[in-house]
Design a protein around this ligand. Structure first.
Ligand SMILES: Nc1ncnc2c1ncn2[C@@H]1O[C@H](COP(=O)(O)OP(=O)(O)OP(=O)(O)O)[C@@H](O)[C@H]1O
Length: 540
Protein backbone atom coordinates (compact mmCIF):
# COMPACT_ATOMS: atom_id res chain seq x y z
CA UNK A 1 0.00 0.00 0.00
CA UNK A 2 1.13 3.48 -0.72
CA UNK A 3 2.85 5.27 2.11
CA UNK A 4 1.50 8.80 2.20
CA UNK A 5 2.74 10.55 5.30
CA UNK A 6 3.26 13.95 3.69
CA UNK A 7 0.23 14.10 1.49
CA UNK A 8 -2.44 16.59 2.38
CA UNK A 9 -5.83 15.09 1.98
CA UNK A 10 -8.56 17.53 1.07
CA UNK A 11 -11.38 18.10 3.53
CA UNK A 12 -14.17 18.63 1.02
CA UNK A 13 -16.51 16.05 -0.41
CA UNK A 14 -16.17 17.59 -3.87
CA UNK A 15 -12.53 16.50 -3.97
CA UNK A 16 -13.49 12.86 -3.84
CA UNK A 17 -15.28 10.74 -6.37
CA UNK A 18 -17.20 7.88 -4.83
CA UNK A 19 -17.18 4.55 -6.61
CA UNK A 20 -18.78 1.31 -5.51
CA UNK A 21 -19.73 0.24 -2.02
CA UNK A 22 -17.18 -2.15 -0.53
CA UNK A 23 -18.37 -2.60 3.02
CA UNK A 24 -21.11 -1.99 5.47
CA UNK A 25 -21.05 -1.99 9.24
CA UNK A 26 -23.46 -1.32 12.02
CA UNK A 27 -22.94 2.37 11.69
CA UNK A 28 -21.33 3.06 8.37
CA UNK A 29 -21.05 2.39 4.68
CA UNK A 30 -17.61 2.15 3.10
CA UNK A 31 -16.88 3.14 -0.50
CA UNK A 32 -13.93 2.83 -2.79
CA UNK A 33 -13.20 6.37 -3.92
CA UNK A 34 -10.79 8.56 -5.81
CA UNK A 35 -9.08 11.47 -4.12
CA UNK A 36 -9.11 13.72 -7.15
CA UNK A 37 -6.34 16.21 -6.32
CA UNK A 38 -3.95 13.43 -5.28
CA UNK A 39 -5.14 11.02 -7.97
CA UNK A 40 -5.20 8.30 -5.36
CA UNK A 41 -7.64 5.50 -4.65
CA UNK A 42 -8.84 5.60 -1.06
CA UNK A 43 -11.63 4.11 1.03
CA UNK A 44 -14.18 6.44 2.55
CA UNK A 45 -16.26 5.41 5.50
CA UNK A 46 -19.45 7.42 5.58
CA UNK A 47 -21.42 7.67 8.77
CA UNK A 48 -24.85 9.11 8.30
CA UNK A 49 -25.24 10.97 11.53
CA UNK A 50 -28.79 11.88 10.75
CA UNK A 51 -30.20 8.48 9.95
CA UNK A 52 -28.71 6.32 12.61
CA UNK A 53 -28.78 6.74 16.34
CA UNK A 54 -25.06 6.88 16.53
CA UNK A 55 -23.13 7.21 19.67
CA UNK A 56 -21.28 10.43 19.15
CA UNK A 57 -18.78 9.61 21.82
CA UNK A 58 -18.10 6.28 20.12
CA UNK A 59 -17.63 7.98 16.79
CA UNK A 60 -15.40 10.58 18.34
CA UNK A 61 -13.31 7.86 19.93
CA UNK A 62 -13.09 5.85 16.75
CA UNK A 63 -12.08 8.75 14.53
CA UNK A 64 -9.67 10.12 17.05
CA UNK A 65 -8.00 6.76 17.49
CA UNK A 66 -7.91 6.19 13.74
CA UNK A 67 -6.17 9.50 13.22
CA UNK A 68 -3.65 9.26 16.02
CA UNK A 69 -2.48 5.70 15.84
CA UNK A 70 0.64 5.12 13.86
CA UNK A 71 1.56 1.55 13.18
CA UNK A 72 1.86 -0.36 9.91
CA UNK A 73 -0.63 -2.94 11.13
CA UNK A 74 -3.33 -0.50 12.15
CA UNK A 75 -5.67 1.21 9.75
CA UNK A 76 -4.92 4.88 10.12
CA UNK A 77 -7.26 7.54 8.80
CA UNK A 78 -5.85 10.03 6.30
CA UNK A 79 -8.34 12.64 7.41
CA UNK A 80 -11.98 13.09 8.33
CA UNK A 81 -14.55 15.82 7.97
CA UNK A 82 -18.27 16.36 7.97
CA UNK A 83 -20.36 17.15 5.00
CA UNK A 84 -23.97 17.85 5.68
CA UNK A 85 -25.23 15.14 7.97
CA UNK A 86 -22.43 12.78 7.12
CA UNK A 87 -19.10 12.18 8.68
CA UNK A 88 -16.50 11.08 6.15
CA UNK A 89 -13.44 9.17 7.23
CA UNK A 90 -10.84 8.92 4.46
CA UNK A 91 -8.48 5.98 4.79
CA UNK A 92 -6.21 3.71 2.78
CA UNK A 93 -8.10 1.41 0.45
CA UNK A 94 -7.62 -2.21 1.49
CA UNK A 95 -8.37 -3.94 -1.79
CA UNK A 96 -8.48 -7.45 -0.39
CA UNK A 97 -11.24 -6.51 2.05
CA UNK A 98 -11.67 -8.16 5.41
CA UNK A 99 -10.60 -11.71 6.23
CA UNK A 100 -14.25 -12.42 6.94
CA UNK A 101 -15.23 -11.39 3.43
CA UNK A 102 -12.40 -13.38 1.91
CA UNK A 103 -13.47 -16.47 3.82
CA UNK A 104 -17.11 -15.98 2.90
CA UNK A 105 -16.20 -15.60 -0.76
CA UNK A 106 -13.58 -18.27 -1.20
CA UNK A 107 -12.57 -20.06 2.00
CA UNK A 108 -15.75 -21.05 3.84
CA UNK A 109 -13.87 -23.75 5.76
CA UNK A 110 -11.13 -21.39 6.86
CA UNK A 111 -7.52 -20.82 5.85
CA UNK A 112 -4.45 -23.01 5.89
CA UNK A 113 -2.11 -22.73 8.81
CA UNK A 114 0.70 -20.69 7.20
CA UNK A 115 -1.90 -18.13 6.12
CA UNK A 116 -3.39 -18.02 9.61
CA UNK A 117 0.03 -17.68 11.21
CA UNK A 118 0.91 -14.82 8.89
CA UNK A 119 -2.37 -13.01 9.51
CA UNK A 120 -2.28 -13.49 13.26
CA UNK A 121 1.31 -12.37 13.58
CA UNK A 122 0.44 -9.09 11.89
CA UNK A 123 -2.62 -8.61 14.08
CA UNK A 124 -0.58 -9.37 17.15
CA UNK A 125 1.98 -6.72 16.21
CA UNK A 126 -0.88 -4.25 16.11
CA UNK A 127 -2.08 -5.38 19.52
CA UNK A 128 1.38 -5.10 21.05
CA UNK A 129 1.46 -1.51 19.86
CA UNK A 130 -2.08 -0.68 20.98
CA UNK A 131 -1.62 -2.23 24.39
CA UNK A 132 1.66 -0.42 24.93
CA UNK A 133 -0.21 2.78 24.14
CA UNK A 134 -2.80 1.94 26.74
CA UNK A 135 -5.54 0.97 24.31
CA UNK A 136 -7.78 -2.05 24.32
CA UNK A 137 -9.17 -2.71 20.86
CA UNK A 138 -12.20 -4.65 22.14
CA UNK A 139 -13.38 -5.84 18.74
CA UNK A 140 -10.68 -8.11 17.36
CA UNK A 141 -12.25 -10.43 14.78
CA UNK A 142 -11.79 -11.52 11.17
CA UNK A 143 -14.24 -8.85 9.99
CA UNK A 144 -11.89 -6.20 11.30
CA UNK A 145 -8.70 -7.61 9.79
CA UNK A 146 -8.20 -5.95 6.43
CA UNK A 147 -5.74 -6.85 3.69
CA UNK A 148 -4.45 -4.64 0.91
CA UNK A 149 -3.52 -5.76 -2.58
CA UNK A 150 0.09 -6.46 -1.54
CA UNK A 151 -0.95 -8.63 1.36
CA UNK A 152 -0.33 -6.02 4.06
CA UNK A 153 -2.57 -6.67 7.05
CA UNK A 154 -4.23 -3.98 9.13
CA UNK A 155 -6.48 -4.17 12.12
CA UNK A 156 -9.42 -1.80 11.72
CA UNK A 157 -12.52 -0.52 13.47
CA UNK A 158 -11.81 1.39 16.62
CA UNK A 159 -15.47 2.03 17.22
CA UNK A 160 -15.39 0.34 20.58
CA UNK A 161 -11.75 0.68 21.48
CA UNK A 162 -10.89 2.26 24.77
CA UNK A 163 -7.96 3.96 26.37
CA UNK A 164 -7.21 2.37 29.70
CA UNK A 165 -5.21 5.18 31.22
CA UNK A 166 -7.41 7.99 30.26
CA UNK A 167 -9.11 9.09 33.42
CA UNK A 168 -12.40 9.72 31.71
CA UNK A 169 -12.42 6.41 29.94
CA UNK A 170 -10.96 4.35 32.66
CA UNK A 171 -14.28 3.47 34.15
CA UNK A 172 -15.70 2.84 30.75
CA UNK A 173 -12.87 0.54 29.79
CA UNK A 174 -13.38 -1.57 32.76
CA UNK A 175 -17.12 -1.50 33.09
CA UNK A 176 -18.66 -1.22 29.69
CA UNK A 177 -20.01 -4.21 27.92
CA UNK A 178 -19.03 -3.72 24.32
CA UNK A 179 -17.70 -5.85 21.52
CA UNK A 180 -19.16 -8.77 19.65
CA UNK A 181 -20.54 -11.65 21.74
CA UNK A 182 -18.82 -14.55 19.97
CA UNK A 183 -15.46 -12.86 20.42
CA UNK A 184 -16.12 -11.37 23.82
CA UNK A 185 -14.07 -12.47 26.80
CA UNK A 186 -15.98 -13.94 29.75
CA UNK A 187 -14.80 -11.20 32.09
CA UNK A 188 -16.18 -8.58 29.71
CA UNK A 189 -19.55 -10.31 29.81
CA UNK A 190 -19.48 -10.89 33.50
CA UNK A 191 -18.53 -7.44 34.63
CA UNK A 192 -17.45 -8.61 38.03
CA UNK A 193 -13.96 -7.20 38.22
CA UNK A 194 -13.70 -5.17 35.04
CA UNK A 195 -11.25 -6.14 32.38
CA UNK A 196 -8.07 -5.07 30.66
CA UNK A 197 -5.81 -5.83 27.69
CA UNK A 198 -6.30 -9.51 28.23
CA UNK A 199 -9.82 -9.20 26.83
CA UNK A 200 -8.18 -8.63 23.43
CA UNK A 201 -6.15 -11.81 23.87
CA UNK A 202 -9.35 -13.81 24.30
CA UNK A 203 -10.84 -12.24 21.17
CA UNK A 204 -7.56 -12.95 19.40
CA UNK A 205 -7.91 -16.64 20.32
CA UNK A 206 -11.50 -16.69 19.06
CA UNK A 207 -10.32 -15.00 15.87
CA UNK A 208 -7.70 -17.73 15.46
CA UNK A 209 -10.50 -20.32 15.56
CA UNK A 210 -12.57 -18.23 13.18
CA UNK A 211 -9.73 -18.15 10.66
CA UNK A 212 -9.18 -21.87 11.11
CA UNK A 213 -12.83 -22.92 10.62
CA UNK A 214 -14.38 -20.09 8.65
CA UNK A 215 -16.60 -19.04 11.53
CA UNK A 216 -16.31 -18.18 15.21
CA UNK A 217 -17.37 -20.57 17.96
CA UNK A 218 -21.08 -20.43 18.83
CA UNK A 219 -21.71 -18.17 15.85
CA UNK A 220 -24.92 -19.91 14.91
CA UNK A 221 -26.51 -19.09 18.23
CA UNK A 222 -28.45 -16.03 19.23
CA UNK A 223 -26.47 -13.54 21.28
CA UNK A 224 -27.88 -14.47 24.65
CA UNK A 225 -27.03 -18.09 24.07
CA UNK A 226 -23.51 -17.08 23.16
CA UNK A 227 -23.17 -15.24 26.45
CA UNK A 228 -24.46 -18.21 28.33
CA UNK A 229 -22.22 -20.70 26.57
CA UNK A 230 -19.15 -18.54 26.91
CA UNK A 231 -19.73 -18.10 30.61
CA UNK A 232 -20.68 -21.65 31.42
CA UNK A 233 -18.95 -23.92 28.92
CA UNK A 234 -15.32 -24.78 28.79
CA UNK A 235 -13.39 -22.46 26.52
CA UNK A 236 -13.46 -23.42 22.86
CA UNK A 237 -10.29 -24.64 21.23
CA UNK A 238 -8.79 -26.69 18.44
CA UNK A 239 -9.59 -30.33 18.81
CA UNK A 240 -6.60 -32.64 18.83
CA UNK A 241 -8.38 -35.21 16.71
CA UNK A 242 -10.77 -33.30 14.54
CA UNK A 243 -8.37 -30.48 13.74
CA UNK A 244 -5.59 -32.81 12.68
CA UNK A 245 -4.54 -30.55 9.88
CA UNK A 246 -3.31 -28.00 12.40
CA UNK A 247 -0.03 -28.18 14.28
CA UNK A 248 0.37 -28.65 18.00
CA UNK A 249 1.87 -25.18 18.17
CA UNK A 250 -1.34 -23.72 16.78
CA UNK A 251 -3.45 -25.67 19.24
CA UNK A 252 -1.24 -24.49 22.07
CA UNK A 253 -1.51 -20.90 20.97
CA UNK A 254 -5.30 -21.03 20.90
CA UNK A 255 -5.40 -22.79 24.27
CA UNK A 256 -3.11 -20.16 25.74
CA UNK A 257 -5.41 -17.35 24.65
CA UNK A 258 -8.69 -19.00 25.57
CA UNK A 259 -8.24 -19.34 29.28
CA UNK A 260 -11.09 -17.95 31.30
CA UNK A 261 -8.88 -16.38 33.92
CA UNK A 262 -7.48 -13.32 32.16
CA UNK A 263 -4.41 -13.29 34.40
CA UNK A 264 -3.44 -16.63 32.96
CA UNK A 265 -3.53 -15.41 29.40
CA UNK A 266 -0.22 -14.27 27.97
CA UNK A 267 0.32 -10.66 27.01
CA UNK A 268 0.38 -9.78 23.34
CA UNK A 269 4.14 -9.28 23.60
CA UNK A 270 4.70 -12.70 25.02
CA UNK A 271 2.34 -14.29 22.54
CA UNK A 272 4.28 -12.84 19.65
CA UNK A 273 7.22 -15.03 20.68
CA UNK A 274 5.11 -18.18 20.50
CA UNK A 275 6.50 -21.03 18.40
CA UNK A 276 3.40 -20.92 16.21
CA UNK A 277 4.65 -17.83 14.48
CA UNK A 278 7.58 -19.76 13.07
CA UNK A 279 5.00 -20.86 10.52
CA UNK A 280 4.36 -17.27 9.49
CA UNK A 281 5.52 -16.05 6.09
CA UNK A 282 6.07 -12.65 4.60
CA UNK A 283 2.89 -10.77 3.82
CA UNK A 284 3.26 -10.99 0.04
CA UNK A 285 2.59 -14.69 0.59
CA UNK A 286 -0.97 -13.65 1.42
CA UNK A 287 -1.41 -11.85 -1.87
CA UNK A 288 -0.05 -14.89 -3.71
CA UNK A 289 -2.37 -17.27 -1.90
CA UNK A 290 -5.65 -16.01 -0.51
CA UNK A 291 -6.01 -12.97 -2.76
CA UNK A 292 -5.06 -14.84 -5.90
CA UNK A 293 -7.98 -15.10 -8.30
CA UNK A 294 -10.42 -13.17 -6.12
CA UNK A 295 -12.89 -10.86 -7.83
CA UNK A 296 -12.57 -7.14 -7.08
CA UNK A 297 -13.77 -6.26 -3.60
CA UNK A 298 -16.85 -4.31 -4.74
CA UNK A 299 -18.04 -7.28 -6.78
CA UNK A 300 -17.51 -9.71 -3.94
CA UNK A 301 -19.27 -7.40 -1.57
CA UNK A 302 -22.34 -6.95 -3.75
CA UNK A 303 -22.55 -10.70 -4.38
CA UNK A 304 -22.44 -11.41 -0.67
CA UNK A 305 -25.02 -8.77 -0.05
CA UNK A 306 -27.35 -10.28 -2.63
CA UNK A 307 -26.88 -13.69 -1.10
CA UNK A 308 -27.63 -12.40 2.36
CA UNK A 309 -30.68 -10.49 1.14
CA UNK A 310 -32.01 -13.62 -0.56
CA UNK A 311 -31.49 -15.60 2.61
CA UNK A 312 -33.28 -12.98 4.58
CA UNK A 313 -36.28 -13.04 2.25
CA UNK A 314 -36.28 -16.83 2.36
CA UNK A 315 -36.29 -16.85 6.13
CA UNK A 316 -38.97 -14.23 6.23
CA UNK A 317 -41.19 -16.26 3.93
CA UNK A 318 -40.50 -19.43 5.85
CA UNK A 319 -41.03 -18.18 9.31
CA UNK A 320 -42.54 -14.75 9.30
CA UNK A 321 -40.97 -14.92 12.64
CA UNK A 322 -39.34 -12.08 14.43
CA UNK A 323 -36.89 -14.23 16.32
CA UNK A 324 -35.71 -16.04 13.24
CA UNK A 325 -35.16 -12.74 11.58
CA UNK A 326 -33.33 -11.36 14.51
CA UNK A 327 -31.00 -14.32 14.43
CA UNK A 328 -30.51 -13.78 10.75
CA UNK A 329 -29.64 -10.19 11.39
CA UNK A 330 -27.25 -11.29 14.03
CA UNK A 331 -25.50 -13.55 11.57
CA UNK A 332 -25.34 -10.71 9.09
CA UNK A 333 -23.74 -8.61 11.74
CA UNK A 334 -26.55 -6.31 12.62
CA UNK A 335 -27.46 -6.04 16.22
CA UNK A 336 -30.85 -5.37 17.62
CA UNK A 337 -30.51 -6.34 21.20
CA UNK A 338 -33.46 -6.18 23.40
CA UNK A 339 -33.11 -7.36 26.91
CA UNK A 340 -36.31 -8.31 28.51
CA UNK A 341 -36.98 -11.67 30.05
CA UNK A 342 -39.54 -12.71 27.50
CA UNK A 343 -37.13 -12.03 24.70
CA UNK A 344 -34.37 -13.89 26.45
CA UNK A 345 -36.68 -16.81 26.88
CA UNK A 346 -37.62 -16.76 23.24
CA UNK A 347 -34.00 -16.51 22.21
CA UNK A 348 -33.14 -19.51 24.29
CA UNK A 349 -36.09 -21.38 22.80
CA UNK A 350 -34.96 -20.66 19.28
CA UNK A 351 -32.47 -23.48 19.35
CA UNK A 352 -34.26 -26.60 18.21
CA UNK A 353 -33.24 -30.12 19.03
CA UNK A 354 -32.06 -30.74 15.52
CA UNK A 355 -29.95 -27.68 15.95
CA UNK A 356 -27.78 -29.35 18.51
CA UNK A 357 -24.31 -28.15 17.90
CA UNK A 358 -21.57 -30.28 16.49
CA UNK A 359 -18.86 -31.31 18.81
CA UNK A 360 -16.97 -28.26 17.74
CA UNK A 361 -19.83 -25.95 18.63
CA UNK A 362 -20.63 -27.34 21.96
CA UNK A 363 -17.85 -25.75 23.84
CA UNK A 364 -16.64 -29.33 23.93
CA UNK A 365 -16.73 -30.46 27.48
CA UNK A 366 -19.48 -30.51 29.95
CA UNK A 367 -20.56 -27.29 31.40
CA UNK A 368 -18.12 -26.10 33.96
CA UNK A 369 -18.94 -25.29 37.49
CA UNK A 370 -17.67 -21.87 38.33
CA UNK A 371 -14.45 -20.60 36.98
CA UNK A 372 -12.34 -22.95 35.02
CA UNK A 373 -9.00 -21.73 36.15
CA UNK A 374 -6.58 -24.58 36.15
CA UNK A 375 -9.10 -26.95 34.67
CA UNK A 376 -7.12 -29.10 32.29
CA UNK A 377 -8.94 -31.77 30.38
CA UNK A 378 -8.26 -32.83 26.88
CA UNK A 379 -11.36 -34.00 25.15
CA UNK A 380 -11.17 -36.11 22.05
CA UNK A 381 -13.63 -35.66 19.27
CA UNK A 382 -14.63 -39.26 19.79
CA UNK A 383 -16.17 -38.17 23.09
CA UNK A 384 -19.42 -37.65 21.31
CA UNK A 385 -21.52 -38.62 24.28
CA UNK A 386 -19.96 -35.95 26.36
CA UNK A 387 -20.55 -33.46 23.70
CA UNK A 388 -24.14 -34.24 23.04
CA UNK A 389 -24.82 -34.41 26.73
CA UNK A 390 -23.26 -31.08 27.21
CA UNK A 391 -25.09 -29.71 24.26
CA UNK A 392 -28.47 -31.19 24.95
CA UNK A 393 -28.28 -30.22 28.56
CA UNK A 394 -28.23 -26.71 27.25
CA UNK A 395 -30.89 -27.10 24.62
CA UNK A 396 -33.95 -27.02 26.76
CA UNK A 397 -35.32 -23.53 26.78
CA UNK A 398 -36.42 -23.79 30.34
CA UNK A 399 -32.99 -24.89 31.39
CA UNK A 400 -31.56 -22.11 29.41
CA UNK A 401 -33.56 -19.54 31.18
CA UNK A 402 -32.72 -21.06 34.47
CA UNK A 403 -29.03 -21.17 33.59
CA UNK A 404 -29.20 -17.70 32.31
CA UNK A 405 -30.66 -16.43 35.52
CA UNK A 406 -28.04 -18.16 37.61
CA UNK A 407 -25.30 -16.92 35.32
CA UNK A 408 -26.53 -13.44 35.60
CA UNK A 409 -26.72 -13.76 39.33
CA UNK A 410 -23.03 -13.02 39.31
CA UNK A 411 -23.68 -9.66 37.77
CA UNK A 412 -23.06 -6.84 40.19
CA UNK A 413 -26.64 -5.65 40.20
CA UNK A 414 -30.01 -7.05 39.18
CA UNK A 415 -29.63 -9.18 36.07
CA UNK A 416 -31.71 -7.19 33.67
CA UNK A 417 -30.46 -3.94 35.01
CA UNK A 418 -26.96 -5.34 34.70
CA UNK A 419 -27.50 -6.25 31.11
CA UNK A 420 -28.93 -2.88 30.37
CA UNK A 421 -26.09 -1.12 32.03
CA UNK A 422 -23.47 -3.38 30.67
CA UNK A 423 -24.22 -2.48 27.13
CA UNK A 424 -23.14 0.75 25.67
CA UNK A 425 -26.54 2.36 25.81
CA UNK A 426 -25.92 5.81 26.99
CA UNK A 427 -25.16 5.65 30.66
CA UNK A 428 -21.63 6.39 29.60
CA UNK A 429 -22.78 9.50 27.97
CA UNK A 430 -24.86 10.52 30.88
CA UNK A 431 -22.07 10.13 33.35
CA UNK A 432 -19.31 11.49 31.19
CA UNK A 433 -18.10 14.94 31.94
CA UNK A 434 -18.31 17.65 29.37
CA UNK A 435 -14.59 17.35 28.83
CA UNK A 436 -14.95 13.73 27.87
CA UNK A 437 -17.96 14.37 25.75
CA UNK A 438 -17.54 17.55 23.85
CA UNK A 439 -21.09 17.82 22.71
CA UNK A 440 -23.16 20.89 22.43
CA UNK A 441 -26.52 21.10 23.97
CA UNK A 442 -29.23 22.25 21.72
CA UNK A 443 -32.22 24.15 22.78
CA UNK A 444 -34.16 20.98 22.04
CA UNK A 445 -32.14 19.12 24.56
CA UNK A 446 -30.22 17.03 22.04
CA UNK A 447 -26.50 16.90 21.58
CA UNK A 448 -24.59 18.19 18.67
CA UNK A 449 -21.55 16.76 17.06
CA UNK A 450 -20.29 20.26 16.52
CA UNK A 451 -17.49 20.38 19.02
CA UNK A 452 -16.82 16.77 18.42
CA UNK A 453 -16.03 17.77 14.91
CA UNK A 454 -14.28 21.03 15.44
CA UNK A 455 -12.52 20.87 18.73
CA UNK A 456 -10.09 18.03 18.75
CA UNK A 457 -8.27 19.39 21.75
CA UNK A 458 -11.10 18.23 23.91
CA UNK A 459 -10.72 14.65 22.85
CA UNK A 460 -9.96 12.62 25.85
CA UNK A 461 -8.46 9.44 24.53
CA UNK A 462 -5.63 8.62 22.16
CA UNK A 463 -2.02 7.66 22.59
CA UNK A 464 -0.46 8.60 25.84
CA UNK A 465 2.78 10.35 26.30
CA UNK A 466 5.39 7.66 26.59
CA UNK A 467 6.16 8.38 30.20
CA UNK A 468 2.54 7.89 31.18
CA UNK A 469 2.17 4.66 29.31
CA UNK A 470 5.46 3.38 30.57
CA UNK A 471 4.55 4.08 34.15
CA UNK A 472 1.54 1.84 33.90
CA UNK A 473 1.73 -1.81 34.60
CA UNK A 474 0.70 -3.00 31.19
CA UNK A 475 2.87 -6.06 30.93
CA UNK A 476 2.62 -7.16 34.47
CA UNK A 477 1.34 -10.60 33.67
CA UNK A 478 3.93 -11.22 31.07
CA UNK A 479 6.27 -13.25 33.15
CA UNK A 480 3.78 -14.66 35.50
CA UNK A 481 1.85 -16.80 33.10
CA UNK A 482 3.17 -19.89 31.50
CA UNK A 483 1.32 -20.77 28.32
CA UNK A 484 -1.79 -22.57 29.27
CA UNK A 485 -2.56 -26.17 28.59
CA UNK A 486 -4.93 -27.07 25.86
CA UNK A 487 -8.60 -26.99 26.23
CA UNK A 488 -10.90 -28.96 24.09
CA UNK A 489 -12.97 -27.77 21.35
CA UNK A 490 -15.59 -25.71 20.09
CA UNK A 491 -16.76 -24.18 16.95
CA UNK A 492 -17.80 -21.06 15.23
CA UNK A 493 -18.72 -18.54 12.47
CA UNK A 494 -18.92 -14.88 12.49
CA UNK A 495 -21.14 -11.90 12.60
CA UNK A 496 -20.24 -8.73 14.34
CA UNK A 497 -22.46 -7.61 17.06
CA UNK A 498 -21.17 -4.55 18.65
CA UNK A 499 -24.21 -3.51 20.50
CA UNK A 500 -24.69 0.13 20.02
CA UNK A 501 -28.02 1.40 20.95
CA UNK A 502 -27.17 4.98 20.70
CA UNK A 503 -28.43 8.22 21.99
CA UNK A 504 -30.73 9.80 19.54
CA UNK A 505 -29.12 12.77 17.90
CA UNK A 506 -31.73 13.24 15.29
CA UNK A 507 -33.58 15.99 17.03
CA UNK A 508 -30.61 18.15 17.27
CA UNK A 509 -29.30 17.43 13.83
CA UNK A 510 -32.64 18.14 12.30
CA UNK A 511 -32.83 21.41 14.11
CA UNK A 512 -29.24 22.39 13.70
CA UNK A 513 -28.41 21.46 10.20
CA UNK A 514 -31.03 22.95 8.02
CA UNK A 515 -28.66 24.26 5.42
CA UNK A 516 -28.05 21.14 3.46
CA UNK A 517 -26.73 21.96 0.05
CA UNK A 518 -28.00 20.44 -3.13
CA UNK A 519 -27.49 16.74 -3.54
CA UNK A 520 -25.09 16.21 -6.39
CA UNK A 521 -24.81 12.47 -6.29
CA UNK A 522 -26.66 9.57 -4.75
CA UNK A 523 -25.10 6.24 -3.94
CA UNK A 524 -27.52 3.95 -2.23
CA UNK A 525 -28.49 5.62 0.98
CA UNK A 526 -25.61 8.00 0.68
CA UNK A 527 -25.76 11.43 -0.84
CA UNK A 528 -22.94 13.73 -1.78
CA UNK A 529 -23.66 17.30 -0.86
CA UNK A 530 -22.45 20.15 -2.99
CA UNK A 531 -19.13 21.60 -1.96
CA UNK A 532 -20.38 25.00 -0.97
CA UNK A 533 -22.02 23.40 1.96
CA UNK A 534 -18.88 23.91 3.90
CA UNK A 535 -17.74 20.90 5.79
CA UNK A 536 -16.50 21.23 9.26
CA UNK A 537 -13.09 19.78 9.24
CA UNK A 538 -12.17 17.32 11.87
CA UNK A 539 -8.90 18.77 12.97
CA UNK A 540 -6.34 16.05 13.26
N1 LIG B 1 -10.21 0.85 4.35
C1 LIG B 1 -11.01 -0.09 3.89
N2 LIG B 1 -10.79 -0.67 2.70
C2 LIG B 1 -11.61 -1.65 2.24
N3 LIG B 1 -12.70 -2.11 2.90
C3 LIG B 1 -12.97 -1.56 4.10
C4 LIG B 1 -12.16 -0.54 4.64
N4 LIG B 1 -12.67 -0.18 5.84
C5 LIG B 1 -13.75 -0.96 6.04
N5 LIG B 1 -13.95 -1.79 5.00
C6 LIG B 1 -15.03 -2.77 4.86
O1 LIG B 1 -16.22 -2.21 5.38
C7 LIG B 1 -16.74 -3.01 6.44
C8 LIG B 1 -17.39 -2.10 7.46
O2 LIG B 1 -16.45 -1.19 7.97
P1 LIG B 1 -16.31 -0.89 9.52
O3 LIG B 1 -16.09 -2.19 10.22
O4 LIG B 1 -15.29 0.14 9.72
O5 LIG B 1 -17.75 -0.31 9.84
P2 LIG B 1 -18.46 -0.30 11.23
O6 LIG B 1 -19.81 0.32 11.08
O7 LIG B 1 -17.53 0.29 12.24
O8 LIG B 1 -18.58 -1.85 11.44
P3 LIG B 1 -18.92 -2.68 12.72
O9 LIG B 1 -20.22 -3.30 12.38
O10 LIG B 1 -17.84 -3.73 12.82
O11 LIG B 1 -18.94 -1.75 13.85
C9 LIG B 1 -15.53 -3.78 6.96
O12 LIG B 1 -15.90 -4.98 7.56
C10 LIG B 1 -14.73 -4.01 5.70
O13 LIG B 1 -15.20 -5.15 5.01
Amino acid sequence: MEDVPDKKFPLYGKDYKLYEEVGEGVSATVYRALCIPLNMIVAIKVLDLEKCNNDLDGIRREVQTMCLINHPNLLQAHCSFTSGHNLWVVMPYMAGGSCLHIMKSAYPEGFEEPVIATLLREVLKALVYLHAQGHIHRDVKAGNILIDSNGAVKLADFGVSACMFDTGDRQRSRNTFVGTPCWMAPEVMQQLHGYDFKADIWSFGITALELAHGHAPFSKYPPMKVLLMTLQNAPPGLDYERDKRFSKAFKDLVAACLVKDPKKRPTSEKLLKHAFFKHARSTDYLSRTILEGLAPLGERFSRLKEKEAALLVQNKALYEDKEQLSQQEYIRGISEWNFNLEDLKRQAAMIQDDDVPHAEDSGARKQEKGDNVGFQVERRSSDRTDVSNAASSKEDPGDDLHDLKSSLASFPIKPLQALKDCFDVGEDNVTATEEQLPLQSSPEGGSAPRQLISDHKKFSSGPLPENVAASKKITSDCDRDPLQPKYPSERNYSGPLSYRQRRDVNNFLAADDTSEGPVVQRKGRFKVISADHSPKAMAL
